[in-house]
Ligand binder design. Structure first.
Ligand SMILES: Cc1ncc(COP(=O)(O)O)c(C=O)c1O
Length: 462
């Protein structure tokens, strides 16, 4: 397997050679996995997908001098939208200003677009990934715009998983992927996590003891920043070991990172897997999912996948037959906003967003300490919008938070999620997930006061 070209890192005080996480493109040549490497990864469904007779020819419409009789595109002269203006907040001054879509951007937004997205947005996002993740577009990856990151994750697993294939998932795992992985009849293997994110030692143990008779897992699904549901962020040390294992055992890291820009920890942020793979050896094991849902709008449904071209091609073929493309109208709005802000503006905006959630986290923590000290245990998150806390249930209790949360807490006027819904195996757990994104201080205080009453009652007043 790959030769390690640079040793890592410092963000966690580990290793010796500084890691770059940021603004410049790499100076050194990066080794890439060959295109053929992915042939073994593609699912039967992905291998069977062919480009449609129309969409496959659409790029030819751009041939200079060509008259196209090809696509059944509606004539935009008959669309009723003549202009589009919207108000936006400047990330620096926080003042509102008005943005108008350029006529050509509006025309593009009103019409069908390429499967991977509107070219101007793809370009902008490719630049963003180069800047933010310190990668170079010549390294065998590209970007596809999707209808939120959920759409991208769904297409990625469809592209690689056959019925019965093994898939590694964190325990607990984002509940929104469990039905998806189950419907594919993938065999989920749970990898332990803790306050430092995924336990790479658990992953190593699983892989080193993998039965020889059974094909190894094709992918690991992980949420490395502000994990949903645990709120935890994987440390550099863990990420490096996971990457090493991906190279040793040949699996793809599905890096689902919608909370990447919601990092508000005190230490410098840890680089993404997408960054790290280029700084530690051969690239091509990371398929990354970004989302605008938490920073621009969840209703606009724009996310993007970044990763090895053969995998992105397989995902695009799925899109071409499933929904043709992510909405061009949304993409036109997003690219107009992003171009008006520039990369610096987006950075400033994400700093504002993460500061907002940090303040919410602090409010939740204060209320947690006030009402639940001695009744529940927690490690405060440093990213994202979730608290994952352990209820100290009475001795002799089943060890499960389900009844307490679903029934007693609900009757007591609080709604939260019992931890078991995040375990593919449905295992019992005393953990609970609480989201702190929307509530003001008074509601947080009241919610946790109510929870205190319910837990105290379950503990017989102690
Ligand atoms: C971990 C994780 N992945 C993916 C998603 C889906 O996000 P999107 O709105 O981009 O589809 C969510 C949404 O909450 C999430 O928490």
């Amino acid at each position: 397997m790959p030769v390690v070209t640079a040793v890592v890192s410092n963000a966690d005080g580990l290793g010796s050679v500084p890691i770059t996480n940021g603004t410049a493109k790499p100076k050194t040549e990066v080794k890439q996995l060959p295109v053929e490497y992915y042939a073994d990864f593609l699912s039967d469904a992905a291998k069977a997908r062919r480009p449609g007779p129309i969409r496959g020819l659409l790029p030819l419409e751009k041939t200079p001098g060509l008259i196209s009789l090809l696509a059944g595109k509606p004539n935009s002269a008959m669309f009723p939208f003549t202009s589009l203006q919207f108000g936006a907040r400047d990330p620096h001054s926080l003042k509102e200003y008005t943005l108008s879509l350029d006529q050509n951007v509006l025309d593009e937004g009103l019409q069908y677009a390429g499967t991977a997205g509107v070219p101007a947005l793809i370009d902008w996002l490719t630049d963003l990934q180069e800047i933010e993740h310190h990668r170079n577009r010549s390294e065998g990856w590209r970007v596809s715009v999707t209808s939120g990151s959920q759409d991208a994750i769904y297409k990625a697993v469809q592209a690689i998983i056959n019925s019965g294939d093994s898939l590694l998932v964190e325990k607990p795992v984002y509940a929104g992927v469990i039905p998806m992985f189950e419907s594919l009849r993938s065999e989920m293997t749970e990898v332990e996590t803790d306050d430092h994110g995924i336990q790479s030692s658990s992953l190593r143990q699983i892989l080193e003891n993998w039965p020889a008779s059974k094909p190894k897992p094709k992918a690991l699904y992980t949420v490395p920043y502000g994990c949903n549901p645990t709120g935890m962020t994987a440390t550099l040390e863990r990420r490096l070991e996971v990457l090493e294992l991906a190279r040793q055992h040949n699996f793809i890291i599905l890096e689902d990172d919608p909370y990447y820009y919601l990092y508000y920890g005190d230490k410098p942020r840890v680089p993404s897997y997408f960054t790290l793979e280029a700084q530690t050896g051969t690239v091509g094991h990371v398929l990354r999912f970004d989302s605008f849902s938490k920073i621009l709008s969840s209703g606009i449904r724009v996310g993007f996948a970044t990763g090895p071209i053969p995998l992105l091609n397989a995902m695009d073929l799925h899109t071409a037959s499933a929904n043709l493309q992510a909405a061009s109208f949304s993409q036109a709005i997003v690219v107009t906003l992003l171009k008006s802000w520039g990369y610096e503006g987006l950075k400033k905006h994400t700093e504002n967003v993460s500061a907002f959630y940090r303040a919410k986290r602090d409010v939740f923590q204060a209320a947690f300490e006030k009402h639940l000290t001695g009744l529940a245990e927690v490690t405060p998150p440093e990213a994202g919008m979730f608290y994952w806390f352990k209820i100290l249930l009475p001795e002799g209790d089943s060890g499960d938070s389900v009844e307490l949360i679903r029934e007693k807490a609900f009757q007591g006027g609080v709604l939260a999620l019992p931890g078991t819904v995040f375990f593919p195996s449905g295992a019992k757990t005393p953990y609970v997930r609480a989201s702190f994104s929307l509530l003001d201080e008074a509601d947080v205080d009241e919610a946790l006061r109510r929870l205190r009453v319910v837990i105290l009652e379950a503990r017989g007043g102690r």
